[in-house]
Design a protein around this ligand. Structure first.
Ligand code: PHE
Length: 343
């Protein structure tokens, strides 16, 4: 290389060698190769030379330029690769670490049992119909054969929004609504949901609870269909050895009406604390749909008969899981809720 540039070259090389980072090397590069850097300055000097010296001079600057470019380029590549490996090393992710565990809630026993009851009836070909929790007096009482001032309304006192609107006391109003839509068509439905009553809360009463009510209407539907249906339900819900017992009862919307007991699944009917020594546990109310209800909701009683039943969700869940207090369903105590299976 031209002697003129020997010292420039040496100085540049030592700067390159001392620059340990990409940043420092870029600074060196700027010093030499920027628009007004040293190489450009050297090049511009060519104008000051005599024409016969220019070629030689130009070639010498160019050689210096190529040389420094190569050295800088090599040094930059090395620095970049070193910095990348340092970065990768410091940001190393351990892919073998176990993931963070997001704890999912177990299913609430209310929904667990509601779904189970629904599944049993879906398996028997029932459709599910849901309705509003705020209901008209007309559908909750009148169309179910409980006209104004009917004494049976007393047993189902509730929360009134106004004279005509209330929080439903059972899911039967959904049945009245579906009947009115289906007039004189066979029907097989269950209606699950929340219901409300003006009750003083204690371990077996709650002002809010859940029901699944069923309704079957068709030609030739008889009491024996009701009995067989409830017997199958009891066996599916509480075990194949369970038997049912019917006791006559009264509901305004069914005639005849029955209370249904199931043989105790804890003691097998021998008598224990769960069945209060009787061997039987009351689980639901049922009966043949009162002809007045059929007529009021658009069914021809010459042709159609039907049966209906209503089961309390918490009651079934309490028996099933040995829960001693209905209020536990509504207290959100995590220790209680964690006892139940996950979804
Ligand atoms: N609707 C009744 C209740 O809430 C239950 C029931 C339904 C009884 C259908 C008989 C027939 O008490």
């Amino acid at each position: 290389m031209d002697k003129r540039f020997e010292s420039i070259k040496e100085e540049a090389l030592s700067k390159i060698n001392n620059a340990k980072s990409v940043k420092a090397l870029n600074e060196v590069r700027n010093e030499y190769f920027a628009k007004s850097g040293l190489i450009a300055t050297l090049m511009s000097k060519i104008r000051e030379l005599a024409p016969n010296e220019r070629k030689d001079y130009g070639q010498a600057v160019n050689t210096l330029k190529v040389f420094l470019e190569e050295k800088l380029g090599a040094a930059l590549r090395e620095a970049q690769s070193n910095e990348l490996s340092e970065k990768l090393e410091s940001e190393k992710i351990d892919l073998t670490l176990p993931g963070r565990n997001l704890e999912t809630a177990p299913q609430h026993p209310f929904h667990l049992v509601k779904d189970e009851i629904c599944d049993i009836f879906i398996g028997m070909g029932y459709i599910i119909a849901e309705g509003d929790e705020v209901e008209e007096d007309l559908f909750n009482f009148t169309l179910l054969n409980m006209p104004e001032n009917h004494p049976a309304r007393d047993m189902q006192d509730t929360f009134y929004i106004n004279e005509k609107l209330l929080l439903r006391t059972h899911t039967s109003p959904v049945q009245a609504r579906v009947m009115q839509k289906n007039k004189n068509q066979p029907l097989k439905m269950i209606s699950p949901g929340k219901v409300f009553r003006r009750d003083d809360d204690d371990n077996t009463h709650s002002h809010q609870f859940g029901q699944v009510e069923g309704l079957v209407i068709g030609e030739g539907i008889s009491f024996s269909h009701l009995k067989a249906t409830l017997d199958l339900f009891a066996k599916k819900m509480f075990g194949p050895k369970r038997e049912i017992r019917l006791r006559s009862s009264y509901f305004p919307f069914t005639e005849p009406s029955v209370e249904v007991d199931v043989s105790c699944h804890v003691c097998n009917g021998k008598g224990c604390s769960t069945c209060k020594g009787t061997g039987w546990i009351e689980i639901l109310g049922a009966g043949m749909v009162n002809p007045n209800v059929l007529t009021m909701n658009g069914y021809d009683t010459e042709k159609f008969t039907g049966f209906a039943f209503g089961v309390g969700i918490e009651r079934v869940a309490m028996l099933r899981y040995g829960i001693d207090d209905i209020r536990r369903f509504y207290q959100n105590d995590i220790r209680f809720l964690k006892e139940f299976p996950k979804r």
